[in-house]
Design a protein around this ligand. Sequence first.
Ligand code: ADP
Ligand code: MG
Length: 577
Amino acid sequence: AINKQTKEFQAETKQLLDLMVHSIYTNREIFLRELISNASDAIDKVRFEALTNHALLEDNADFEIFILPDEATNTLTIADNGMGMTYEEVIENIGTIAKSGTKAFLDKVKAAGSAADTELIGQFGVGFYSAFMVAEKVTLVTRAPGQSQGVRWESAGDGTYTIEEIEKETRGTTLILTLKEEYRSAEHPDENFLNRYTLQNLIKKYSDYIRYPIKMNFVKEEKPLDDDGKVIEDAPATQTVEVRTLNSMAPLWTKNKNDITQEEYHQLYKNLFHAWEDPLETIHSKVEGAVEYTSLLFIPAHAPFDFYQREATTGIRLYSKNVFIMDNCQDLLPEYLRFVKGLVDSPDFSLNISRELLQHSQQLKRVGKNLEKSVLKTLENLLSKDRPKYEKFWLEYGKAIKTGVYSDYQSRDKLKDLLLFNTSQAADELTSLEDYVNRMPPTQKVIYYATGKDRSAVERLPQMELLREKGVEVLYLFDRVDEFAIDALREYKEKKFQSVSRGKLELDDIDAAEAKKDTAELTKENEPLIKAIKEHLNGKVADVKISSRLKSSAVCLVSDDNGISLSMEQILSEMNK
Ligand code: ADP
Ligand code: MG
């Protein structure tokens, strides 16, 4: 056996721990949810692996999570008979943080100062380390199936931990929290984590739908009854221990929609996806037919703080008849919908199939197509029936949808009506392409757009002058992906998109062709001047023309019809730096 050793946490882990220990995060009770969900994940794992390797069960297949408060030692114990961990796995999973975005998260917390704790910590999903919010010492004892030795790990959250090999008879993980004084005080029952009723309520609140029984001992004191069924008051009381299962274990999504409250949906969502606030939208569907499945999808109220920087992962869990198969199923939803969280439960998914094969199965593809459809349908409904809510959605995920328009040609057509834009019409309103086109005067041939870093930058563009003068509405694109999306669409309802800084403005029909004649004449008259300017700029521009697009500015730069746009040029030159 490996003897006791003291090791240091990896630097980022140390910082995260420190944050947990000293955090002003008020919602500390969620530590229980986090630890129970880890226990449940570990049971899911062994249960799934055992389908192909029965020996892993070690004749112990009564899966359960046991909660044991003990006032004598000031400890709260959470035990599971899940997958456990090997010595290496403990070091790997508990001593280091593999979680993507940890660094970004810590930087954000630092930048925001302690006031930001509550929101950020909730958003990040604290996991195992949340134990240190309420415990002065955390002891973890674990054994993986098939291992002869178990592992004991212990830390006071002070930057180091000890680890050693020990004997452990049963498979799984036992976590012992030695509670800080303030979290075992009878004076604050709500935060007394030794109080069985407090624990019971928390489990109901956060972990009701965990699929394995969460059990706790309740000690009953009873005095014997006499022949008439009356309590014999002066007889000594006998203690009986009753084991109660505290969660209902029924997966919510199998219930009838009409029997589910909004609150229940939201609680399940927070529970499964470590969310700290209600989702923006819930989509529950039961489908029968070629493939049979139930899906429960959520649109989180906020995009994760690092959503646009990190690799795409979808948040869809797969189940077959309530049994968990896998997390983060890729290929189920297109990348542009990767913000959607949820689960799919289908009897058609085979449990025994390997994860790799499952990912390529036809059933999964078909389900994926349907899910995409139902998310888009929901968004279309929001847009037409609850505009304020849709705009909230747009603020969070608009960029993802725009990315879909230019990177996912199969979905392009389905997404164009979901796009919203700023326009010259009103500073604080967004408009859809349909609204824009409906407002176009019949003489207007194209959809105008202008790009710039913000409204005032766009409005300062010399090219905007004439359009403003003529009262033509212009889409304002502030985001780079806006322009990529517009370029990919090319047209909307047979109206081409026209950049105000590219090629001819096609304003002739809006205004009688007066200006055109003028410029032709002016060009003739000014031939020597144009020639002189061209020579002076010596190859820096492709051409010099007398223009009708300016009002009070003397000159402006335009791209030619076939060239790339100015802002695209800027992006390209930045990339080349
Ligand atoms: P997450 O659950 O998001 O992966 P956590 O911080 O909650 O992050 O847990 C870190 C890792 O520690 C888990 O991914 C898992 O590998 C391991 N772990 C935690 N609790 C248990 C447990 N009860 N049994 C087995 N492994 C566990
Ligand atoms: Mg976890």
